[in-house]
Design a protein around this ligand. Sequence first.
Ligand code: DQA
Length: 147
Amino acid sequence: MKILIINGPNLNFLGKREPDIYGSNTLEDINAVLEKESAILSKDLQLEFFQSNSEGEIVSKIQDAFEKFNGIIINPAAYTHTSVAIRDALLSTGITTVEVHISNIFKREEFRHKSYVSGVSVGVVSGFGINSYVLGLRGIFETLKSH
Ligand code: DQA
């Protein structure tokens, strides 16, 4: 089972960026925790990590995942609230998707309450910090396993 983990704009700045909201872990820390969790879940699970600040690159990466990945975990970051293109790319590939957020987007400014990605995801995890990714991985693994 192959899972692609996509992180959107400014998430390469985790650790330095608004630590009161996003905590002190870096993206590398999150990826290392996910690798550990993956080894616990199954030896057949393979993860690939991708981060980009560019909407077009994220769309292309999703298209490239067509018929190569079983699932996508995506934190679209600010594009969550704006990107019809990322939503359409996910719909086009039909790959099972889980949306994750470090912060609870519903507790924050109103413009963050709307997500273009939630409606094309099997589930959403928001507000558990770095554990949102771990819960997202467990969720997508169980979903794909039962298919
Ligand atoms: C975020 C929430 C978004 O609103 C924000 O633009 C981000 C990060 C999160 O993980 O909490 O960049 O996706």
